[in-house]
Write a protein that binds this ligand. Structure first.
Ligand code: GUN
Length: 284
């Protein structure tokens, strides 16, 4: 059976590292600060935002939550972002997505000062990732790289296959693997003969959002399998994009859902907020 990658343990290590560096920064009079904006009352978003606030407290950050009503106008949201851009004690700004339908998320993201864009969603930061000269990495792909590193498997020269091409996960994931010298193939819903491609993967990242889609026959013996999915199965139980029970016997390493990629995302957000505070204060 493959080894299970413990996302909670790796996530804890990242937070401890961030907390230790935050302590040092505070001795120089600098406290990283994160502003989290949430519009409306989507229950899943509320849970995410609460967890982000808790994580800030855990690592010693200052945090402020802006819970805006469902009927907030684009203009109100834009002007909040602009105020936060100019506030010195706010190192990072995150606007929880999805926004209510009448609001344009692109307009908000484009307004966040790139140096405070701890999600790395602003086109300037997306472009920086493309050329490998970045301040921030998007949280989920960055978390996946930490999990792969935790296995000790060297990415260089390996064949990596990413299933999914979203701007938040699939595309940046492929770039990060490429930066570490993997040979990368991005696949998606229109890919022909997907199984033949995934079977060539030494590293397989599933980020398509379909419950238990990746079955054992799609996986190479000895692969590292990373499951970014977060779905409900036929019994309403939380599950990933990978058929964990069957795939685990075929691969060398696999992430569970829950307890794999999920815990990493917020830890990487903490890492980005710390980086933002350092850059804004000219600290290397
Ligand atoms: N909604 C779901 N995931 C994310 C994320 O990583 N960042 C933001 N801002 N919203 C999200």
């Amino acid at each position: 059976m493959g080894q299970i990658i413990d996302g909670k343990a790796v996530s804890k290590q990242v937070r401890e590292r961030v907390a230790a560096q935050t302590k040092e920064l505070k001795q120089q009079g600098i406290t990283p600060g994160l502003a989290v904006i949430i519009v409306g009352d989507d229950p899943a978003s509320q849970v995410y935002v609460r967890n982000k606030e808790k994580a800030c407290e855990e690592v010693g950050f200052y945090s402020e939550k802006f819970a805006l009503p469902e009927n907030t106008t684009q203009q109100e949201l834009n002007s909040l972002v602009e105020t936060l851009n100019s506030r010195k004690e706010i190192s990072g700004i995150l606007c929880q997505l999805p926004l209510p339908k009448h609001l344009d998320d692109k307009e908000v993201i484009n307004r966040i000062d790139p140096i405070k864009d701890v999600d790395a969603f602003h086109p300037v930061n997306v472009g920086a990732i493309m050329i490998g000269d970045y301040n921030f990495l998007p949280c989920t792909p960055a978390g996946v790289m930490e999990l792969i590193h935790s296995t000790g498997v060297d990415v260089s020269g390996k064949k990596a296959v990413v299933i999914g091409r979203s701007n938040i996960v699939g595309k940046p994931m492929a770039m990060l693997l490429l930066h570490e010298n993997a040979t990368v193939e991005i696949t998606h819903s229109k890919t022909v003969n997907l199984r033949e491609i995934t079977r060539t993967a030494d590293i397989l990242v599933a980020a398509l959002g379909k419950a238990k889609f990746v079955t054992a026959d799609m996986v190479k013996n000895g692969a590292v399998v990373i499951d970014v999915g977060m779905n409900r199965d036929e019994n309403g139980k939380l599950c990933g994009d990978v058929d964990f029970e069957n795939v685990k016997d075929k691969c060398d390493y696999i992430t569970p859902v829950p307890g794999g990629v999920g815990p990493m995302t917020i830890s990487m957000l903490m890492q980005n907020t710390l980086t933002a505070a350092k850059i804004q204060n000219n600290i290397k």
